[in-house]
Each structure stands twice: as structure tokens, then as C-alpha cells.
Design a protein around this ligand. Structure first.
Ligand code: G3I
Length: 324
């Protein structure tokens, strides 16, 4: 049994008892250099997502090269610790390599590049990655098609094409559509539902949706609304993963806000546990020190389960409470 220093069962043990896999987004640098970071992951989690290492840009320094080293190191750590790996992400408009820009002009070349990328990457991780975020964030805040290079080059069918290419490379992998701001019932999740309904109707090899769950303590998700949203995707025969949860606070952080944050984690995880087909729950970072949020939202603070020094926060005990 994985236990923490006080002999308490670790999150992964509590989660397994509930048929849930609980995971974390990981970067290769701190995994290699920070023993506190590494110890928390090895003790508490049984699913890993590469925070950046499996994205198009980090994998592809040039048209003819694949840089798998960082992602391979994370996958090797996962395998050593009996953890599953979520692949993130094959098609996304961010972190694209500069060389890709000139490929878009020629439609056939662009298809070859994107199909080749998906086939090579999914093939490389066949049997090591159990679920892929095949397409990430294809919809904008209003639920319309986000104007990305993929949309401009291939039209809306790029989503279906990407799922078919991933399925060709690894028929056993579970293939997900992943997005943010669509956690409860709203205009964007309605559009996401219509997109997935369309893909399922067309027989595309899509198996689930990822709700990223990047939320704030000030405007937390509404649990019944999240439950209804998860339920309608389950009615399409799809699994739902909570793929990137963090709960943003604003510095300076009060004890009351940390308690609020713990409640947000607990309520979302409780919805996931009560749902029929929501059995993966991933938080987007190991300790507050490594969160992406302060770089993007100045003043953002303390979004994760462990503080800067790697000590469990109220949020950690909120997750434990949901699991018990
Ligand atoms: O690796 C380079 C480094 O060589 C360079 O010196 C440095 C300074 O420019 O940049 C480094 O790359 C950064 C990368 O993180 C690795 O640290 C990128 O600039 C930076 O933009 C990138 O941010 C990531 C962001 O996605 C990219 O948009 C965050 O770490 C990551 O947490 C965030 O995660 C996304 C999910 O993939 C999708 N859902 C939303 C979520 C938050 O944006």
C-alpha cells in the first residue's frame, strides 16, 4: 500500500479502492532534478500526463526529426512505478514548431505532415499510452470552430481525420477530445456535445472527452451542472476524464480561500466518482511551485494539492475526503 510519511494511504491507494485512477501533469526537468517532486509523484499518483513533452512543438525540432527523449523519460518513470500514461496532445494550435508554418500552404504536404506526425508519435507510444488527447481545444469560448491552422488547411473534418489517423496507429488506445471552459452545462459544452455527437454518428473512433477543469476558487464549477454534462457524454457512449484540474487563487492567499479550494476539489472529484464513466482524474501540476498559472495570470497563486515545498494542502485532504 502506498502510504505517506504519516502512514496515511496515499491518493492512488484510496483512488484504486474506488476504481479511479488519479494523475498529475509532469515535466521532465523537475522529474529529473527535484527529489521532492519525484517522491510525491511516485507515492501519490497512478496516471501521468506529460505537461509539454508530447506536444507537437517539443517533439518536432524540425520536419525530419522527432525528439522523444523527454517524453520517453516520463514514460519510463511511469512504467517503473506501475502508472498509466495519458498522451497529450496530437493536434493543438499552441506550441506548434515554426517550420510547420510553411507546410500549410500546400494542402497535400500539410496532410502528409500531420498524418505522419500522428502515425509516428502514436506508433512510438503504442502499448505505453492508454489514452490520447487527439484534438485539444478546437472550439472557441462561444462554441464556434476556433480559427486554427488545422481548420484553415483541412476544414472542420480535420478533427475526424486526426481521430482516424490515431486509431490507425494504435487501435487499442482510447481516443479523447479535450477542452476547457466546458466543464458544466454552457454554450461551449453544448457545442462540444454536438461535435462529439456528430463524430459518434459518423463512426469516428472517438472514445471519450477530457474536461480540463481549469477553474477558480472565486467562480467554482457547479457540481450538478458538471454531473449533467458528464451524464450526456456518457449517454453518447463516451468516457469522461477530468484531465487538467487546478483551482486558481489570487495572492495573497488566506486560510479561508485554501479551505474553499479544498471544497472545490472535493466536490468535482465527488461528481466524477458518482458518475458511471468518469474514472480518471488528473491535476495539472505536482506542487504550486511548478504551476503554469502565475506565468499566464499574474497574481495567480496556490492552485494545486501540494504547496511550494511539497507539503500536502487542505486541497489534498479535500481529495482524500472525496475518496473516502
Ligand atoms: O521549453 C521552452 C524553453 O526552451 C524556453 O527557454 C522557454 C522560454 O521561452 O519556453 C519553454 O517552453 C515553455 C513550455 O511551457 C515549457 O516550459 C513555453 O514557453 C510555454 O508557453 C509552455 O507553457 C505551457 C502551455 O500549456 C503552452 O501553451 C504550460 O507549461 C502548460 O501547463 C500549458 O498546459 C495547457 C495544456 O497543454 C492544454 N490545456 C491548457 C493548459 C494551460 O495552458
Amino acid at each position: 500500500m502506498h502510504e505517506d510519511s504519516a502512514g496515511r494511504p496515499a491518493l492512488r491507494a484510496l483512488a484504486r479502492a474506488k476504481g479511479l485512477r488519479i494523475g498529475v501533469a509532469v515535466s521532465a526537468g523537475p522529474l529529473q532534478d527535484d527529489p521532492v517532486y519525484r517522491a510525491i509523484i511516485g507515492r501519490e499518483f497512478n496516471v501521468l500526463t506529460c505537461e509539454n513533452a508530447m506536444k507537437f512543438g517539443p517533439l518536432r525540432p524540425s520536419r525530419d526529426a522527432f525528439a522523444f527523449e523527454e517524453a520517453d523519460a516520463i514514460v519510463a518513470f511511469a512504467e517503473k512505478h506501475g502508472m498509466a500514461v495519458r498522451g497529450h496532445t496530437l493536434v493543438w494550435h499552441k506550441q506548434l514548431p515554426a517550420w510547420l508554418a510553411k507546410e500549410w500552404r500546400n494542402g497535400d504536404a500539410a496532410v502528409d505532415v500531420v498524418r505522419g506526425h500522428i502515425h509516428t508519435v502514436v506508433d512510438h507510444y503504442q502499448g505505453k499510452v492508454f489514452a490520447w488527447d487527439v484534438v485539444n481545444e478546437a472550439l472557441d469560448a462561444t462554441g464556434k470552430w476556433r480559427n486554427t491552422p488545422f481548420l484553415r488547411a483541412f476544414g472542420p473534418d480535420y478533427v475526424k481525420m486526426a481521430f482516424h489517423w490515431a486509431h490507425e496507429a494504435d487501435p487499442a488506445a482510447k481516443l479523447f477530445y479535450n477542452d476547457f471552459g466546458a466543464d458544466g452545462l454552457n454554450r461551449k459544452s453544448d457545442a462540444m456535445y454536438r461535435l462529439l455527437e456528430d463524430l459518434v454518428r459518423q463512426g469516428a473512433p472517438v472514445h471519450g472527452v477530457g474536461l480540463q477543469m481549469h477553474v477558480t476558487q472565486r467562480e467554482p464549477p457547479d457540481p450538478p451542472s458538471v454531473a449533467a454534462n458528464i451524464g450526456r457524454f456518457a449517454d453518447l457512449g463516451l468516457e469522461v476524464h477530468i484531465t487538467e484540474m487546478d483551482v486558481r487563487l489570487e495572492a495573497p492567499v488566506s486560510k479561508a480561500e485554501l479551505e474553499d479550494q479544498a471544497r472545490v476539489y472535493r466536490h468535482v472529484l465527488a461528481v466524477c466518482l458518482e458518475a458511471e464513466h468518469c474514472d480518471v482524474f488528473v491535476v495539472w501540476g505536482v506542487t504550486d511551485r511548478y504551476s503554469w498559472l502565475p506565468q499566464v495570470f499574474p497574481g495567480a497563486a496556490a492552485p494545486l494539492l501540494f504547496d511550494d515545498e511539497g507539503k500536502p494542502k487542505s486541497a489534498y485532504y479535500g481529495v482524500c475526503a472525496a475518496l473516502r
